[in-house]
Design a protein around this ligand. Structure first.
Ligand code: ZN
Length: 444
């Protein structure tokens, strides 16, 4: 190989280079060059085809292939836009796939809607944003599975695939354009009015409408985004127009615990301690909001929203408040408790800490986390007597909560049980007294 290659070079290279020099001196015959922007050739070629033939060709292409074809020239863009505007294509490619979504073909349906997102993104590239949105949403707006309060199928996957489509369509668009998309979507779906109807009403009265708002907002607008920043952007857009009380109400509708029957657990948060997975979505939403750039402002408004949230529809079971705090992590939990402590709400702070300790024990979180929290709160008080009062309050609250639980379980029992209870009561008080002095000595 090493010997043959130079020999071939010697033989061919000089022979080919000489006539080439001469050829450069001779005037060359011009060959027409067709650029993408001119593309008269492509246009005339397509124009010469009967529309039925072109349609037959497009019928053979996949959605993704049509999307690539649409970017060849202005003419192909126009052809594709006309082609996908036909009712038969819409029925086949947009509506036909939703019916599959709750069946085995779910993964295929998601891919189909991702491809549709790309197709609409690519074939409307040259249009101004508003025109673009108008063209796209008119194709999707009349389909019942993509509209609130229209599809009655229980397991309809319409919103979920609509979300996939929308996310693919607007991925990479700047905030201003996304804001336009949001306004357009609100206009089209009447979303603000629908939200207003559920957040101004009594919780749980409009159950169906509440669930429709939840499913639409979560599956179309909020959940398809894999990125924290984007989800935060959309959640802020949804919450911002409303006063704090309504934001808390909307937050519950969007992320509150769900019952097995697919209803919101409005009363469950009040009546009983819920498992952590029932409150996890709410904690995630709170963390999304406080994760904003302007942390102090976000934290402040979130604390106000939280104060409202934990009394909707009535004051929550203390264990649920504590569990939500624990799930929100030490940073947010500490700021929430610190703001209460600074405002002199010590009984409330103590009760919350007692339940946080209970949640740590129940859910398997490390107890040192709760110890650190108490230590942090102690640092808020500079004077010794204030620190003492806080520890005393906390220790007595422990006894108080135990008493409450015991009283609840011994209600209606015999007189002998009441005597035992009195003894236990004294023991609890002495324990609180002893631990107060002990802890105060250590934390001085
Ligand atoms: Zn449906």
């Amino acid at each position: 190989m090493a010997r043959t290659t130079p020999r071939r070079w010697k033989r061919t290279f000089p022979r080919k280079s000489k006539p080439r020099k001469k050829a450069l001196l001779r005037p060359r015959k011009e060959r027409p060059v067709v650029t993408r922007s001119q593309c008269d050739g492509a246009g005339s070629l397509l124009d010469s085809l009967p529309s039925e033939v072109l349609e037959l060709v497009l019928d053979k292409l996949s959605v993704l292939e049509i999307s690539v074809f649409s970017m060849v020239s202005k003419d192909t863009t126009r052809y594709v836009m006309d082609y996908i505007s036909s009712l038969s294509w819409k029925k086949k490619k947009i509506f036909g796939s939703i019916l599959l979504s709750s069946c085995v073909g779910e993964r295929a349906t998601v891919k189909q809607y991702r491809d549709l997102g790309l197709l609409f993104k690519r074939c409307t590239l040259l249009l101004p944003t508003r025109e673009r949105l108008k063209f796209i949403f008119t194709k999707f707006s009349k389909i019942p599975c993509f509209m609130m309060n229209q599809c009655l199928a229980e397991d309809c996957g319409g919103f979920a695939v609509y979300g996939v489509f929308l996310q693919t369509l607007i991925a990479g668009w700047d905030e201003m354009e996304c804001y336009r998309v949001f306004s357009f979507l609100c206009e089209l779906t009447n979303l603000p009015k629908r939200i207003q109807a559920v957040i101004t009403g009594k919780p749980g009265v409009r159950r169906y409408e509440e669930m429709q708002v939840r499913l639409f907002c979560r599956q179309v607008v909020l959940d398809p985004w894999p990125n924290h920043h984007e989800s935060q952007f959309w959640l802020t857009l949804l919450l911002k127009p409303w006063p704090m009380v309504s934001q808390a109400h909307l937050l519950f509708i969007l992320y509150g615990p769900l019952l097995h029957e697919g209803k919101l657990g409005w009363l469950n948060v009040v009546e009983t301690g819920l498992p952590y997975n029932a409150l996890w979505d709410l904690a995630r939403a709170i963390l999304l909001i406080v994760g904003k750039v302007d942390v102090i402002e976000a934290n402040h408004s979130m604390l106000t929203i939280l104060e409202e949230l934990i009394v909707i529809p009535h004051p929550w079971h203390a264990e649920n408040v504590a569990r939500l705090m624990v799930l929100c992590g030490s940073k947010f939990c500490f700021s929430a408790i610190a703001s209460k402590a600074i405002n002199g709400r010590l009984p409330e702070v103590s009760r919350l800490i007692v339940y946080i300790i209970l949640v740590c024990e129940k859910d398997g979180f490390h107890m040192s986390w709760a110890v650190k929290l108490v230590e942090h709160v102690c640092t808020l008080f500079s004077a010794g007597p204030e620190k003492y009062r806080f520890i005393q309050q906390l220790e007595y609250m422990f006894s108080e909560v135990v008493r409450e639980i015991l009283e609840f379980s011994t209600a209606g029992n015999h007189i002998e049980d009441r005597e035992t209870f009195q003894n236990l009561d004294i023991l609890l008080s002495s324990s609180a007294n002893f631990h107060t002095r002990f802890l105060h000595m250590l934390l001085k």
